[in-house]
Ligand binder design. Structure first.
Ligand code: SAM
Length: 266
């Protein structure tokens, strides 16, 4: 499958993109998207309107944080926000990924897969290894994050990284078998718009697996949310919200003050 056929042209929004020597070219309007630094930038044409609206997102835009995020920032941040959280309670990232991979049914299903708000591509690379015959798209809004993700993802032949906005995905409707969205709900301006976009890009029967923070039991966790303005989600409210938007079969696993959930597009 030509990976370009998964995307919509950022200029005319038609699904007429095709790959020609490392450029995605739209046959409807001739717009071309070159691969720069190993990723495609779907935002440069539509202005950087949503970038860094919160202080946490400002940090995500920093080159230094993007480089140290995977090894230092993520484990420390999750520890403060969620107690041990998924990584701590499952013996490290491999344990956390095992849950995501099984929730997405990656052993039984084929892609394409989307790792939404992929950061430096930790899950994206693991997903590419777990599903070698399928395309895995890693998408993030922060240029610094996508650059690091593309550098670390070199050598995988089924990975593609794009810079884009979760509120307006540059993807064709119904093209994804599963969407992974780890630890990013709290950074979105409008989670409802993101849920609707995920529903749109999933194929019928497609799975959406996400993880986020639940209300904190510890004083430190509560303080951190208040000071940093970091939103936490009540599992029961999230369940009702997702079902109102049109998802079915909600399930969850609680891990400290965080949880991983899965829903299905009917
Ligand atoms: C806390 S990090 C999580 C990264 C990764 N999923 C993980 O679990 O390690 C949140 C990510 O969401 C990205 N992000 C924030 N707003 C976004 C948006 N509107 N569209 C896409 N990505 C966004 C940030 O740039 C950041 O890389």
């Amino acid at each position: 499958m030509d990976v370009a056929s998964l995307f919509r042209c950022p200029q005319c929004h038609k699904s007429e993109l095709a790959l020609h020597s490392k450029q995605m070219i739209c046959s409807a309007c001739s717009h071309s998207l070159p691969s720069r630094a190993g990723y495609y930038d779907f935002l440069s044409a539509t202005l950087d309107k949503r970038v860094a609206t919160t202080s946490e997102q400002k940090l995500m835009e920093s080159e230094l944080i993007a480089r140290v995020y995977e090894r230092f920032w993520r484990p420390a941040f999750v520890r403060v926000m969620a107690g041990k959280g998924a990584e701590g309670l499952t013996g490290g990232f491999s344990g956390e990924f095992f849950i995501h991979k099984n929730c997405l049914s990656m052993d039984e299903r084929e892609g394409p897969w989307l790792d939404l708000s992929c950061g430096p591509g930790t899950f994206t690379r693991a997903m590419a290894s777990a599903s070698p015959g399928s395309w895995v798209v890693g998408l993030d809004i922060a240029r610094s994050m996508v650059e690091v993700a593309a550098t670390r993802g070199r050598g995988y032949d089924n990975l593609v990284f794009v810079r884009g906005d979760a509120h307006e995905l540059p993807l064709r409707s119904g093209c994804m078998s599963g969407v992974n969205n780890s630890g990013a709900l709290h950074v979105y301006d409008d989670p409802e718009a993101v849920f609707s976009e995920i529903l749109r890009v999933l194929m019928p029967g497609g799975l959406f697996v996400g993880s986020t923070f639940s209300p904190a039991k510890s004083m430190v966790g509560r303080l951190m949310s208040q000071v940093g303005g970091i939103r936490r989600f009540q599992p029961a409210e999230l369940r009702a919200w997702l079902s109102r938007i049109g998802f079915a079969d909600y399930e969850e696993v609680r891990l400290g003050d965080a949880f991983i959930f899965r829903v299905r597009k009917p």
